[in-house]
Design a protein around this ligand. Structure first.
Ligand code: PLP
Length: 223
């Protein structure tokens, strides 16, 4: 296994010029692949599965910032709460409450992104604009002292139509802008997580601040 060093260097140059953070998505890839990118200076890595994240966190350098980008079940929050750097896929108030509970246990404020459903496919997780609004205007936000809501995350449709993807990213950016001056002390928007290997350039054009890139760096995953 070898990471695509040339793609990594081209991408990091493009992103750093614009102040965009790269999360290298290492799911299903061996720890040695993570070590290769780490040696090139990469520190933000993303994983989808709790057990895989725990294994990699245990065996790899302590200064890696681990992002959880998958769908998180409430009963698994406790495993990643001690160390996770950013949870991207939060899609219910109940999950925020559990993250808050575990943050409190570990004396941490856990950084989260709310996932918004922007794609046409029905299977993808995420909040509707209305559900997002309900969370952001909830009087109970004030109870989440061990949570910081740092922004939004979204996944565009799997489609070959760039205009569709662009539209979806633009709709997410618009929601993001709506909440940048939120009055809650537990809400500080600074992260808009959108863009993967296939649509990273569109995401950059539509104002992403954080991209999640797997196959472009690590090669295709086994299905
Ligand atoms: C797997 C995954 C990615 C990375 O996808 P690539 O197409 O390999 O870049 C990004 N975000 C999420 C939520 C993922 O599950």
């Amino acid at each position: 296994m070898a990471v695509n060093r040339e793609a990594f260097e081209k991408l990091t140059e493009k992103l750093s010029k614009r102040g965009i953070t790269l999360v290298a998505v290492s799911k299903t890839k061996p720890a040695s692949d993570v070590e290769q990118l780490y040696a090139l200076g990469q520190r933000d890595f993303g994983e989808n599965y709790v057990q895989e994240l725990l294994d990699k966190h245990e065996g790899l350098p302590a200064d890696i910032r681990w992002h959880f980008i998958g769908h998180l079940q409430s009963n698994k929050v406790k495993f990643i709460a001690p160390f996770v750097y950013l949870i991207h896929g939060v899609d219910s108030f109940k999950l925020l409450q559990e993250i808050n509970r575990q943050g409190s246990k570990h004396g941490r404020v856990i950084r989260c992104l709310l996932q918004v459903h922007i794609a046409t496919e029905e299977t993808k997780f995420g909040l509707s604009a209305q559900e997002l609004h309900e969370i952001m205007s909830s009087p109970d936000l004030g109870t989440l002292v061990h949570v910081e809501i740092c922004g939004l995350m979204g996944m565009a449709s799997f489609t070959n139509t760039p205009d569709q993807v662009r539209k979806e990213f633009a709709s997410l950016k618009k929601l993001y802008d709506l909440y940048t001056d939120h009055p809650s002390p537990h809400v500080h928007f600074s992260v808009l997580s959108m863009g993967m290997s296939s649509d990273v350039d569109l995401a950059i054009e539509e104002g992403t601040t954080m991209v999640r890139i797997g196959s472009l760096l690590f090669g295709q995953r086994q299905p």
